[in-house]
Design a binder for this molecule. Structure first.
Ligand SMILES: Nc1nc2c(ncn2[C@@H]2O[C@H](COP(=O)(O)OP(=O)(O)O)[C@@H](O)[C@H]2O)c(=O)[nH]1
Ligand SMILES: [Mg+2]
Length: 264
């Protein structure tokens, strides 16, 4: 009798989480990262990995193809050249959404965003629409050279001040979005193509009233390869904040034509 009941019980649908990893010259990192991602235990959720490679000269893209040929949970998006971190996120998000992901996690390839935090982020998503792996909440930490810490703190403070962003870590690339959040934002209208994409995207998410929560992480400096951030990202971040501030002051926080507001 009992087994009949179990057999007919409706199981909750499996959550499909796609981890989007933008790469440019990260071969040494992805050969370590991808197996760790695939070995994660995230409860009932199903995890896939989408590497977005910009024709890396070190052969990251070819190596990713090899991984994908032996592991069906790995997918690769190839782009023609180094087109920027922001547009790499968008390419990965679009790919994940088109393959039916329920949630999309973005992270760096270099272990600054460690996979060990992903289970806690997935758990936190049950009561949020966006979960940030955050350096600036209690329990979080940044193990980075002083100039990078100052840069990150400065960018965060400026973004919070100008745009009224509420999260403590507004520039983190370690994020888990519910798909409905991504579907509500007109990704093709996001102006920032580089690192300041993260500020702009958070602005769009907050303007739509989505619930954001933060999970503490310890952010460590990379061990392999080199940083791709360039000095002009500072100028771009300032420009992004001022451009969005102007929109905010003009009361145009949502795009005119394409907005789909929260429905629940
Ligand atoms: N596809 C792609 N990935 C990028 C680009 N720029 C940076 N990345 C990746 O974005 C992640 C963060 O870059 P990283 O150099 O570690 O930045 P940092 O942590 O701020 O020094 C890494 O996985 C990089 O390989 C780009 O133009 N295209
Ligand atoms: Mg890094």
């Amino acid at each position: 009798m009992q087994s009949d009941v179990q057999a007919t019980a409706v199981r909750p649908p499996t959550t499909r989480v796609t981890v989007v990893v933008p790469t440019y010259n990260e071969r040494e990192n992805i050969e370590r990262l991808v197996p760790q991602l695939l070995a994660l235990n995230i409860g009932a959720a199903h995890l896939a990995v989408c590497i977005v490679d910009d024709h890396s000269p070190d052969g990251t893209g070819e190596f990713a193809d090899q991984l994908a040929s032996i592991e069906p949970r790995v997918e690769v998006v190839h782009r023609s050249g180094k087109l920027g971190l922001g547009t790499a996120y968008i390419a990965g998000m679009r790919h994940a959404l088109s393959y039916g992901a329920d949630a999309v996690l973005t992270m760096d390839a270099d272990f600054s965003h460690h996979p060990r935090y992903i289970p806690a982020m997935v758990t936190a998503l049950s009561s949020a629409d966006l979960v940030i792996g955050s350096r600036y909440v209690p329990g979080g930490q940044v193990l980075y050279p002083i100039h990078r810490r100052l840069l990150s703190r400065g960018a965060n403070a400026f973004a919070r001040l100008t745009l009224g962003l509420r999260p403590n870590d507004c520039t983190a690339g370690f994020r888990l979005y519910r798909s409905r959040v991504l579907n509500s934002v007109p990704l093709e209208q996001i102006f920032s193509n580089g690192y300041s994409f993260l500020i702009e995207m958070l602005f769009e998410v907050q303007c739509r009233g989505w619930q954001v929560s933060e999970v503490p992480i310890v952010f460590e400096d990379r061990r392999y390869g080199e940083s791709k951030i360039s000095k002009n990202e500072i100028t771009k971040a300032i420009y992004t904040c001022i451009r969005l501030l102007a929109r905010r002051l003009a009361g145009r926080t949502l795009h005119a034509n394409t907005d789909i507001l929260r429905s629940e």
